[in-house]
Design a protein around this ligand. Structure first.
Ligand code: NAD
Length: 297
């Protein structure tokens, strides 16, 4: 009778689909039980990464300077997301965010130093505004360095951890952004190299991701200043049209996937690396003249 019951249970298509989904189709939780702190996670890349981490089993603390947006994002992402106000230019705020994460979750496995700002400085070095330079470096470089410092403070005794930072393709090639922003992203890649060399001794990995342009709020705000009369949807299309990889565009989810890989044990021996997510954009420079027709050579 038991066997007949089991047989009828498995003849039921719903039972099969439940069994099949549980066994084969559900996404493996690659960050099961992990605790992450992400700066600049109220929107854009940080928010997409927080969502990705949570759907892979992590609990995430969202640290951002935007109080209301950060609270709304945490609410939207559900009970495994918590918001803390944090201005990365204030070392005490970063220190507090790390301590808050420890008091809430008892450990810190992943620190993602993602907060960053753009700037609309004049394109020529001869007109460089050093006050703007200081402001951008304060967020994009000093904020990242302080994040690594305070994450290390708790990860070194743990003898484990994954530290991520957001660099940019503008840190790999000149001419893609204003000097100030480019220089700040070159520095982020440098921070990763330098700190990975020390922190490897404690089992801590340090990596960064260099995204291709994505129309997140900070990029759109900058574009609006450059093209004040163009609608937002057109500005978004202008960014997406820059894509080098045929048939697709770079989206926040692509960066979240890169972050998931680097944060997870899939990257357990990857450290000091800059994962470039640019669809081959920085691999080539198009020739400025049309290629000769092969038949005429
Ligand atoms: P975004 O504007 O959506 O997100 C940036 C977040 O950082 C915002 O929520 C903002 O409130 C927060 N922030 C700004 N200053 C802060 C501070 N002092 N303290 C704490 N939080 C602060 O933009 P995004 O594109 O998601 O940017 C995230 C990171 O990605 C930045 O470091 C940026 O330089 C980098 N990046 C973006 C692109 C792109 O095209 N979008 C490309 C390469 C690199």
């Amino acid at each position: 009778i038991q066997i007949r019951r089991l047989r009828s249970l498995f003849n039921n298509s719903l039972t099969w689909s439940f069994f099949f989904n549980r066994r084969f189709s559900s996404q493996p939780a690659r960050l099961d039980g992990k605790i992450a702190l992400i700066t600049g996670a109220a929107s854009g890349i940080g928010k997409a990464t927080a969502e990705k981490f949570i759907s892979n089993g992590a609990k995430v603390v969202i640290a951002d300077i935007k109080e209301k947006l950060g609270q709304d994002t945490a609410k939207q992402l559900g009970p495994n997301a918590t918001f803390i106000h944090c201005d990365v230019t204030k070392e005490s705020n970063i220190s507090d965010a790390v301590d808050f994460t420890i008091s809430l979750h008892k450990k810190l496995d992943i620190m993602y130093n993602n907060a960053g700002i753009a700037c609309n400085t004049p394109p020529s070095i001869s007109d460089l505004d050093l006050a703007v330079f200081d402001k951008v470096m304060n967020v994009n470089v000093r904020g990242v360095l302080a994040g690594v410092k305070h994450a290390s403070r708790v990860m070194i005794p743990q003898r484990s951890g994954s530290i991520l930072c957001t660099a940019s393709v503008t840190g790999l090639m000149g001419g893609l952004a204003q000097h100030t922003y480019s220089v700040s992203k070159v520095a982020v890649i440098g921070i990763v190299k330098s700190l990975a060399s020390e922190l490897c001794r404690y089992g801590i990995r340090v990596n960064c991701i260099s995204p291709f342009p994505i129309p997140t709020p900070f990029v759109i705000e900058e574009m609006v200043q450059l093209f004040p009369r163009v609608e937002e949807a057109k500005l978004e299309k202008m960014i997406f049209d820059l894509s080098a990889l045929e048939g697709t565009v770079c989206e926040t989810n692509d960066i979240a996937n890169a972050a998931l890989f680097l944060a997870s044990d899939d990257a357990k021996y990857v450290s000091g690396h800059n994962l470039v997510v640019d669809g081959a954009f920085t691999c080539f420079k198009s020739l400025n003249f049309p290629l000769p027709d092969q038949n005429t050579i």
